[in-house]
Design a protein around this ligand. Structure first.
Ligand SMILES: CC(C)(COP(=O)(O)OP(=O)(O)OC[C@H]1O[C@@H](n2cnc3c(N)ncnc32)[C@H](O)[C@@H]1OP(=O)(O)O)[C@@H](O)C(=O)NCCC(=O)NCCS
Length: 175
């Protein structure tokens, strides 16, 4: 089997990113953590977040960056950074935020999440002018452990909408 390659995402990845994002969200939060999203709220959220059209628009967002890990033409993981949007009193749009770090269920535990995180953090240090920010689901201890290993500490919390459902999220900060 060939080694996965990490590269910046392009417009041609929109459908692949949409499919990978949708499946990883379902595998992680619905099947994995068992969050009981009402199905219409989940559908609204998934369509708004993970349609090819939605991703195409997000790929064009000024000041944002996207990377994919790919093997033999198949997307295994992605990361997305951009201007900070988290509702913390010290947060500014000129700071950088890790918006998503998603590794497909089949490719987890191979080090891809760590590799993408390092690339994203270097980009965030170079492209923001303050602390680095991440929002993470309050029950996602695996992701929280990884972020803590890279210096992130809990700085607050907020409610993240999935349709009309609200998830309890932690706001993490480094620096
Ligand atoms: C969290 C996530 C990004 C980690 O990426 P990954 O490629 O699976 O992780 P890595 O192989 O780089 O390992 C990083 C750390 O995660 C933990 N980890 C990895 N595989 C694990 C497993 N099967 N069970 C428990 N912990 C595990 C370990 O602490 C590991 O650190 P180590 O070096 O001490 O072993 C990935 O699992 C993922 O995308 N999960 C689903 C979506 C998600 O939760 N994203 C984060 C939302 S903010």
């Amino acid at each position: 089997m060939t080694e996965p390659v990490i590269r910046p995402a392009t417009d041609a990845d929109a459908q692949g990113l949409a499919d990978l994002g949708r499946q990883t969200f379902i595998d992680t939060f619905v099947t994995g953590f068992g969050i009981p999203y009402p199905s219409d709220d989940l559908t609204v959220y998934l369509d708004a977040s993970f349609s090819a059209e939605a991703i195409r628009t997000k790929l064009k967002e000024p000041g944002a960056a996207w990377w994919v890990a790919e093997r033999d033409g198949e997307l295994l993981a992605f990361a997305n950074t951009g201007p900070n949007t988290l509702p913390h009193p010290d947060g500014r749009p000129s700071h950088a935020e890790l918006r998503r770090l998603y590794v497909s269920k089949a490719a987890q535990g191979l080090g891809l999440g760590t590799k993408l995180l390092k690339i994203a953090l270097d980009w965030m240090e170079a492209n923001g002018d303050g602390p680095l920010w991440i929002g993470v689901w309050s029950g996602n201890e695996k992701a929280q452990k990884l972020y803590a290993a890279y210096g992130f500490e809990k700085a607050g919390g907020y409610q993240y909408p999935v349709g009309r459902w609200m998830d309890d999220e932690f706001i993490l900060r480094r620096g």
